[in-house]
Design a binder for this molecule. Structure first.
Ligand SMILES: [Fe+2]
Ligand SMILES: [Fe+2]
Length: 477
C-alpha cells in the first residue's frame, strides 16, 4: 500500500520514520481485521462514509466500498493558532506538541487504554452481521466497525509518532489482545462482555460508545495538543455511533409499543416482539457496566491528570458554566457507604473529576430515556423505562462491593441475589432475544421486532440498497 492511499492531514509523506513504523504495522492490522473484524461480508459492497479530509465537505464521503478496501485515514482537527493548556496547575502555558518527559508514562497509559477499546468493540460485534434486522442496520454496523478501526489508527499514529520504541510495542500489543480472551483480554472489563444480539449492540452503542464520547471529549481538552486534535476529530464520527445506538433502542421500543396493542394480554412474545421488561433489564445491565468505565468516583489518578493538564472536564474550554479552570477550591458531594447507611462526603473537586464527567454522561442518558419514553407515551401506554441509579450493580469505584436496588438504596447481598432476575437479563431473556435474531436482507424489509428508521442514510430512504452482496460463491466464503 502506498501512502497516498492513506488519507491524512499529518504530512505522512515527509516523515520517513513514521512511514516505516506504519508500514510495519499495516499488514498486522489487516491480518487482525481479517481474523477479528466482521466475519464474512468482506467481498460485499457496503455504502460507507469515509473521511478523506477534515474539511466540512470531505470528512463524510459516501460510496460503495468493500470493507477491507476502506481507506483508514489519519486526521487531526487542524491547528487553530497556538493553543495553551486550558486547566490545572500549568494553565496558560503553551500546549505541548511533543510528549513532556515527566508525563510520558501517564500519557502512554491514557492513549493505550483509549486505543484498546477501539479494536475491542469490533471484536465484540464481529458476528452481528449475520443477524442484521435490515440492510440499513447492517450498513450502520459496518460503518461503526470501520470507524472504530480508524480510531485505532488515530491512536496508533500517536504511539508511533510520539512514543518511539515503546509506542511501537504498544501498537503491536493492541493487535494481540482479544476481547473475552482468558490469557490476553482487552484492558477494560466491559470490553470483554459478549455482544451477540442486536438489542445488546444497540445498548452498547448507546451506553458504551457514549462513555467513549465523554472520555474523548475530556481528552480533546488535553494539554498534549496532538491528542487533543486527534480525539476532537474522532468525536465527529462517534456522533453517528451514538445515533445508531439511541435510535436502535428507540425503534425496538416503538415496535414493542405497536405490538402491545395487538398482542393477547399485551404479551409481545406471542407475536415476536421484545417485551419492555427485557428491554429494561438490558438497559440496567449496559448502563451499569458503562458507568464502571468512568473509573473511581474518588480518584487520585483523575486529580493528577487534571492537575498536570492531561485530561480536562467535559467542554472545559467551551462551556460558560465552567469558570474556575484550576479547581483547587471547589468540593464535590459524594454519597458513600458508611456502615449500614449512605452518608455524604465532601471531596476536593480535583479528586472527583471522574464523578463530574459521569454527571454529564448520566444527564445525557436521561435525555435519551425521555425520548424513548416519548414513544410509549405517544402510543398511549402508561409503561415507562428508566435508568437505574449509578450505584446499582457496580464493579468499580466506591459502590463496588456493596449492593443497591435500582433506586440506589443500600440492600443486603441476599436481597440483591433474590431480585437479580427482576433487574438484570436472565438466561431465558438472552435465549429469547437470541431466538429473534434472524437476518432480513431484503431491500426495504425489516425484522418483526424492530421498527424501520424515520429516514435513511445520506438522504436515501430506508429501502435503499445499503449493502450489495456479491453473488460469487467463492468470494462469499
Ligand atoms: Fe471509537
Ligand atoms: Fe464508537
Amino acid at each position: 500500500m502506498k501512502f497516498d492511499h492513506i488519507p491524512n492531514n499529518v504530512d505522512l509523506d515527509s516523515d520517513r520514520k513514521l512511514q516505516k513504523a506504519l508500514l510495519r504495522w499495516l499488514p498486522n492490522y489487516l491480518d487482525w481485521w481479517r481474523d477479528m473484524g466482521p466475519s464474512d461480508f468482506a467481498a460485499d459492497q457496503v455504502y460507507l462514509r469515509t473521511a478523506i479530509s477534515v474539511e466540512s465537505g470531505g470528512w463524510a464521503h459516501f460510496d460503495y466500498v468493500k470493507m477491507p478496501d476502506y481507506r483508514w485515514g489519519i486526521f487531526l482537527t487542524p491547528f487553530e493558532g497556538e493553543r495553551t493548556i486550558g486547566f490545572g496547575d500549568r494553565m496558560g502555558e503553551k500546549a505541548w506538541t511533543d510528549v513532556p518527559g515527566e508525563h510520558r508514562s501517564e500519557l502512554r497509559r491514557i492513549i493505550v487504554t483509549q486505543a484498546d477499546t477501539e479494536p475491542a468493540s469490533v471484536e465484540q460485534q464481529r458476528l452481528l452481521g449475520h443477524t442484521a434486522p435490515s440492510l440499513y442496520d447492517l450498513r450502520n454496523l459496518f460503518q461503526v466497525n470501520v470507524e472504530e478501526g480508524r480510531h485505532l489508527w488515530a491512536m496508533v499514529y500517536l504511539l508511533h509518532k510520539h512514543f518511539g520504541r515503546d509506542g511501537r510495542e504498544e501498537a503491536e500489543d493492541l493487535l494481540q489482545r482479544r476481547s473475552g480472551s482468558e490469557d490476553s483480554p482487552r484492558i477494560l472489563n466491559a470490553f470483554n462482555k459478549p455482544t451477540t444480539d442486536w438489542l445488546s449492540f444497540f445498548c452498547f452503542a448507546m451506553f458504551m460508545d457514549r462513555d467513549g464520547k465523554y472520555q474523548l471529549a475530556s481528552l480533546a481538552e488535553s494539554g498534549f495538543d496532538p491528542l487533543a486534535r486527534s480525539t476532537q476529530f474522532m468525536l465527529t464520527e462517534e456522533a453517528h455511533h451514538l445515533f445508531v445506538g439511541e435510535t436502535g433502542v428507540q425503534r425496538i421500543i416503538r415496535r414493542t409499543a405497536e405490538l402491545m396493542k395487538t398482542a393477547p394480554a399485551e404479551d409481545v412474545t406471542a407475536v415476536g416482539g421484545i417485551p419492555l421488561d427485557i428491554i429494561q433489564r438490558y438497559i440496567n445491565d449496559w448502563f451499569s457496566v458503562s458507568v464502571d468505565l468512568f473509573g473511581g468516583e474518588d480518584s487520585s489518578n483523575a486529580a493528577n491528570y487534571f492537575a498536570t493538564g492531561l485530561k480536562g472536564r467535559y467542554k472545559e474550554s467551551r462551556s460558560r458554566h465552567i469558570t474556575d479552570h484550576v479547581a483547587l477550591e471547589g468540593v464535590y458531594d459524594l454519597d458513600v457507604v458508611d456502615g449500614e447507611r449512605l452518608t455524604t462526603r465532601e471531596l476536593p473537586l480535583r479528586r472527583a473529576m471522574n464523578s463530574v464527567l459521569l454527571d454529564a454522561y448520566v444527564e445525557d442518558c436521561e435525555r435519551a430515556l425521555r425520548r424513548w419514553n416519548g414513544e410509549l407515551e405517544s402510543a398511549g401506554l402508561s409503561d415507562r423505562l428508566s435508568l437505574p441509579s449509578r450505584r446499582f450493580n457496580r464493579g468499580i469505584g466506591v459502590y463496588s462491593g456493596h449492593t443497591f436496588d435500582l433506586f440506589g438504596n443500600l440492600i443486603s447481598n441476599d436481597e440483591f441475589e433474590a431480585r437479580r432476575s427482576e433487574w438484570l437479563p436472565t438466561e431465558a431473556d438472552k435465549l429469547y432475544v437470541e431466538s429473534l435474531m434472524k437476518p432480513c436482507f431484503e431491500m426495504g424489509k425489516i425484522a418483526g421486532w424492530i421498527a424501520p428508521p424515520n429516514r435513511g442514510i445520506n438522504q436515501h430512504g430506508f429501502d435503499y440498497e445499503y449493502v450489495r452482496f456479491t453473488d460469487d460463491p467463492y468470494l462469499r466464503a
